[in-house]
Design a protein around this ligand. Sequence first.
Ligand SMILES: NC(=O)c1ccc[n+]([C@@H]2O[C@H](COP(=O)([O-])OP(=O)(O)OC[C@H]3O[C@@H](n4cnc5c(N)ncnc54)[C@H](O)[C@@H]3O)[C@@H](O)[C@H]2O)c1
Length: 244
Amino acid sequence: MLLLIVNALCVAAAFNTHTKPATYILRKPSTSTTLYANPNPNPTIVTVPLSGSRSYDITISPSLASSSSTNSLPSLIKSSAVLVVTSDKIAPFHLKNFLAHLTESLPSSTTFHTCILPDGEQHKDLPTLNKILDAALQLKLDRKTTFVALGGGVIGDMVGFAASIFLRGVNFIQVPTTVMAMVDSSVGGKTGVNHAVGKNLIGAFYQPEGVFVWLDLLDTLPDRELCSGLSEIVKYGLIRDKGE
Ligand SMILES: NC(=O)c1ccc[n+]([C@@H]2O[C@H](COP(=O)([O-])OP(=O)(O)OC[C@H]3O[C@@H](n4cnc5c(N)ncnc54)[C@H](O)[C@@H]3O)[C@@H](O)[C@H]2O)c1
C-alpha cells in the first residue's frame, strides 16, 4: 500500500506542478502494526517542487500513534492557534487521537479549536464553507493561524478554500483520511466548493504548507471508499505507463 501511494503521489505531484517528478527522502524510524504498515518503517517524504519558497513536503508515516517524534508538522505551525476542521463522520474515529498527537508535539501555549462540518459531497457548498469562516471569526483567529483539514477530498477542498480567503489567506495543512485524498486531492492546491450549477465551480488555487499522510487512518475507511481510491491509483499507473 505504501509503495502504491508513494508512486501515485509522485505522478500527482509531477502533474500538479508541471515540473520534474518529486524526490524521495527517508527520515527517522517509526513502527506500526496495521494492515498498511510500511515494510520499511521510516516515514517517506515526497517533495512537491514549486517555484520560490513554495515547495512543500508530503510526509507519509505508517501510524499516527508512533510518529510524534518523527514528523515536521509542529514546525509548520507558526501561531499559537490551530483550527482543525473535520466532518461529523470522521471526528468520532480520528479527532481525539489527532488532537492528542498535536498536543503532544506543540508547545503548551498552543490553543486548539475544532470545527465539525456535516459530512458528504452534498455539503460541499458555500453555506458549509461559511461555517468555517464563522468559527474562525468568532474565535478571533488572526492571520498567523493554521487551518488543518482532517478528512477526505471534500473536507480538504473546503478547508483549503476557506484558508485561501480567511483574512486574505492563512496557512493550511492537509491530513488526508481517504486513499483518494492521499493520492490526489490533497496535492496540487485545487480548492473549492460546488454550486447548484456544477461541481467545484467556486474555488481557488492555494497550496498547503504540508501534507501529512498517516496510513493507519485508513483502517476505518469503508471498503467502497477504499476501492474508489485504489482505482485512482490504477488510473495514475496507466497515465504513467509509457506503453512500451
Ligand atoms: N482538489 C483536487 O485536486 C481534487 C481531486 C480529486 C477529487 N477532489 C474532490 O474530492 C472529493 C472526493 O473526495 P473523497 O473521495 O475523499 O470523498 P469524501 O471526502 O466525501 O470521503 C468519502 C466518505 O468517507 C468518509 N471518510 C473519510 N475518511 C474516513 C476514514 N478515515 N474513516 C471512515 N470514514 C471516512 C467521509 O466522511 C465520507 O463520508 C470530491 O468533492 C472531489 O471533487 C478534489
